[in-house]
Write a protein that binds this ligand. Structure first.
Ligand code: SF4
Length: 383
């Protein structure tokens, strides 16, 4: 009898895309998709570490599978629990071995910790929906924002070959997908590794991006976006898009193709230059506002959403008020505001004290949420 697999995904769209590749991997091993977890004998959990609560949900789920595993064992059935995704990625990169030890201790029922690198991109993904094709264009991140675990969970940024992405997009289009979502931790820096390593990249001329007026990296993303837009999708989306790699060439490429999204998610995180420095974000508030204005000048119909962290290490009232000021200058359609909490393994966790009292963080969250999101809540009848 064929083995049956079941995949549970925690976290972001990138994880959903990873799970689609894991499904293809399972089928390549001769397995069949199970309708329910009870029916499965190979249970894959794609994990997320963005917050501690996400990690705790993973621990909870794996431990809740113990009775099912025992029941199957008694019935002489196999039931393998496979943990993959960010938690496994971080544990594999931790050369001290401490994290892997901890994962094994906290999830004794897990049988395998499968690094995503073993899945690769060779197989066509088994897509979960028939509307939007999720296509990863790169994996990992080189930015090391001080509050973020991604560079540790997914490693350094590695771009997929340009022609492989375009080929995958064409195949999805031919299968009837009307929308495509290009995914990466920072899509805007796509291809910098390809260029810097001197790999062949057709006849594409790299575009150089300036960071804080001094740091320059090459990118091929505007070329990639145009190539995908030309395939003929109704809608081409991309995420995540870091403000400091958003070149004028990218703005022009988007403005030229009407099927490329006009809704941009540009995480500002703070409106204060010192906080941005402590976060290791490579822009100033003025540069962010300038980017917003450049986008609006070319595409007045554009919408911008953002992420903001309140109460980051050492955030003073004055620094917070600079975020308030920025939010008054820019019309955000919506802001995803989070209260800062220390993430184990990050630079901030090790080196910058999380010293803003929770009551202050909470007050700042409420104030900013009201300022930025009240229109969104009213429009969507959420109040
Ligand atoms: S850009 Fe910063 S926040 Fe985004 S994934 Fe990289 S390190 Fe994390």
């Amino acid at each position: 009898m064929k083995k049956k697999y079941f995949i549970h995904t925690f976290g972001c769209q990138q994880n959903v895309a990873d799970s689609e590749r894991i499904a293809a991997y399972c089928e390549s091993l001769g397995m069949k998709k199970a309708a329910t977890i009870e029916e499965a004998n190979y249970c894959v959990i794609t994990t997320c570490m963005i917050r501690e609560s996400a990690e705790n949900r993973v621990y909870g789920m794996v431990n809740n599978l113990i009775p099912l595993k025992e029941k199957k064992k008694k019935a002489g059935e196999e039931f393998e629990i496979v943990v993959t995704g960010c938690m496994t990625g971080m544990a594999h990169r931790d050369t001290s071995g401490k994290m892997m030890k901890e994962l094994r201790r906290r999830m004794p029922a897990a049988d395998v910790f499968l690094p995503l690198e073993e899945i690769g991109f060779e197989r066509a993904p088994l897509r979960e929906t028939s509307e939007t094709a999720l296509i990863p264009i790169s994996n990992g991140c080189n930015n090391f924002c001080t509050y973020c675990v991604v560079p540790y969970t997914r490693g350094r940024e590695v771009s997929r070959a340009f022609e492989d992405i375009v080929k995958e997009a064409k195949e999805a289009f031919d299968k009837g997908f009307k929308k495509v979502l290009l995914l990466g931790q920072n899509v805007n820096s796509y291809g910098s590794d390809i260029v810097l390593e001197g790999k062949k990249q057709q006849e594409l001329k790299p575009i150089y991006v300036t960071h804080l007026g001094k740091h320059r990296i090459p990118t091929l993303f505007p070329h990639l976006l145009e190539a995908v837009a030309k395939i003929g999708f109704d809608e081409v989306n991309f995420i995540s898009s870091n403000p400091w790699d958003f070149s004028d060439e990218l703005i022009d490429a988007i403005a030229t193709h009407k099927n490329i999204t006009r809704t941009f998610h540009l995480a500002v995180q703070s409106g204060d230059d010192n906080v941005l420095k402590r976060m290791n974000r490579w822009y100033t508030a003025a540069e962010y506002i300038d980017l917003y204005n450049r986008i609006m000048k070319k595409m007045p119909e554009a919408h911008v959403t953002t992420d903001i962290i309140v109460g980051f290490c050492g955030e003073t009232e004055k620094e917070f008020q600079n975020t308030v000021k920025l939010c008054k200058k820019i019309h955000f359609d919506r802001a995803f505001i989070s209260i800062y909490s220390n993430r184990r393994g990050t630079h901030a966790y090790k080196h910058i004290p999380d010293d803003v009292p929770h009551t202050v963080k909470d007050k700042r969250w409420k104030m900013l949420d009201k300022l930025v999101n009240s229109q969104f809540y009213t429009k969507n009848k959420l109040v």
